[in-house]
Design a protein around this ligand. Structure first.
Ligand SMILES: *Cc1c(COP(=O)(O)O)cnc(C)c1O
Length: 434
């Protein structure tokens, strides 16, 4: 029987994360302190983020960063996640391509977000932080951080984008089970929230509004830090555990990917699966293609401008050189809440500029159609975000069908959609317009 699932023994789980900044030929432009317009220093970040993450954020020299023992120990409860050969999907498509997916939905929280949540909560605990605030869209990051802070004995307050708070009530319940305090954003509990609601009482919220509120609370509360679930360099760094495992698992399968695909919100799961393989493009002349799948109605990579912009609505964050639709951009109310963000991370923005990666724009209808096909073929209901990666993988597999090429396609299944069934209901009933 052919092997379908590749798992690493605990002793083979990577003990370091990979920092691609050290190997990039063109380094990203510096982030700027918005007051002074000078390149950001780690000290500029200390009032908001824990120290270790602030330093990791600006580290452009160390290619390998040790995963703390305590974090590794928590990783081992669910890692390695399986690498799966998608024979069912290949058959359904009639493609000669070999399709693999890395199943991050197998984490206890149901997505890749836990990989960074555990690291951030651990560093906060080490530094004596007692409270953490954050934003969440669909609730995946909030759920991951609520659990991770519980693991390390820290209190957690989450601002959840209002439309998701209402669309996905069970994610809120999950966060509350882990003991987090959850507030829909924009709210009247912060200055930023009040300003946004005064200007537009019907504002449905965005990751941009929720980030502003969470940062403000972190600044106003003693011993409290803010934790971000995507976009930033240190978050991408923590997610490289995905690709580093996948590299070893592909070796077990006796293959190497021609194309690596992930959905794209702020870029962390894309970075996670891609960077370890991209390293071999940069250093060893490999020719793997990297495709970021973004929603066509939040097309920051294909339509955004490369410029300095804020990561939040109120403009509290550092100025970041990135592809952005503008920090006041209000994305359409698509179900893939994790992809409703106006900008892209600094590293991925530079990589896109330098032609090291490509973009696929996917419509919501196509994403759900791909997700349902995948569910029937592989038995896993994918998160609406992950459906975008699946749609892009199917496009690649169909190209192979036309050309007869046996390419190796690897995509990241960033999460499962078991808490997103209302979105599937809407798709199945035909009520989803596009
Ligand atoms: C948050 C999330 C995303 C998008 O975030 P990235 O930082 O771009 O990875 C994608 N998939 C799932 C399941 C998510 O929860």
């Amino acid at each position: 029987m052919k092997q379908k699932r590749f798992i690493l023994p605990e002793s083979e789980i990577p003990t370091q994360w990979y920092n691609i900044q050290a190997d990039m030929k063109t380094k990203p432009m510096p982030m700027l302190n918005p007051q002074t317009r000078q390149p950001l220093t780690a000290e500029d970040l200390y009032p908001i983020f824990c120290k270790e993450c602030s330093q990791q954020e600006l580290n452009t020299t160390d290619a390998w960063i040790d995963i703390p023992e305590e974090v590794l120990e928590k990783y081992c409860y669910y890692r390695s996640t399986p690498l799966v050969r998608a024979y069912g999907l290949e058959k359904a498509l009639g493609t000669p391509a070999h399709i693999y997916f890395k199943n991050e939905s197998a984490s206890p929280i149901g997505s890749h977000k836990l990989n960074s949540a555990l690291a951030q909560a651990y560093y906060c605990k080490q530094e004596g932080v007692t409270h953490v605030t954050t934003e969440t869209g669909a609730g995946q990051w909030g759920a991951a951080l609520s659990y991770a802070t519980k693991v390390f004995g820290i209190e957690c307050a989450v601002y959840q984008v209002k439309v998701s708070y209402e669309q996905k009530p069970y994610r809120r319940s999950i966060m509350q089970v882990f003991g987090a305090q959850v507030t829909p954003s924009p709210s009247m509990s912060t200055r930023a929230g009040k300003d946004i609601l005064t200007a537009n009482p019907n504002h449905q919220g965005s990751l941009g509004t929720a980030i502003s509120e969470a940062i403000e609370l972190a600044r106003m509360t003693p011993n409290c830090k803010y934790a971000l679930g995507s976009v930033l360099n240190h978050v991408s760094l923590h997610q490289t555990i995905i690709g580093l495992e996948a590299e070893k698992q592909m070796e077990m399968a006796g293959e190497y990917p021609d194309v690596v695909i992930a959905c794209f919100g702020g870029g962390s799961n894309f970075a996670g699966i891609s960077f370890p393989f991209m390293r071999h493009n940069i250093l060893d002349g490999k020719k793997t293609r990297f495709v970021a799948a973004e929603p066509d109605n939040c097309p920051k990579l294909s339509q955004g401008k490369f410029e300095y912009d804020f990561a939040d609505e109120a403009g509290y964050t550092p100025l970041m050189p990135m592809f952005t639709l503008g920090h006041k951009f209000q994305p359409a109310l698509i179900h893939a809440g994790g992809l409703r963000f106006h900008g892209a991370g600094v590293i991925v923005s530079q990589l896109l500029k330098d032609g090291l990666m490509e973009v696929a724009d996917i419509s919501q209808i196509d994403s759900f159609s791909a997700g349902c096909l995948f569910a029937k073929a592989e038995g896993i209901i994918p998160a609406p975000e992950s459906c975008h990666a699946i749609a892009a993988a199917i496009q690649e597999a169909n190209k192979c069908k036309e050309s007869g090429e046996e390419k190796v396609i690897l995509f990241n299944l960033s999460g499962h959609g078991l808490v997103d069934m209302a979105a599937y209901d809407q798709y199945l009933s035909g009520a989803m317009m596009r």
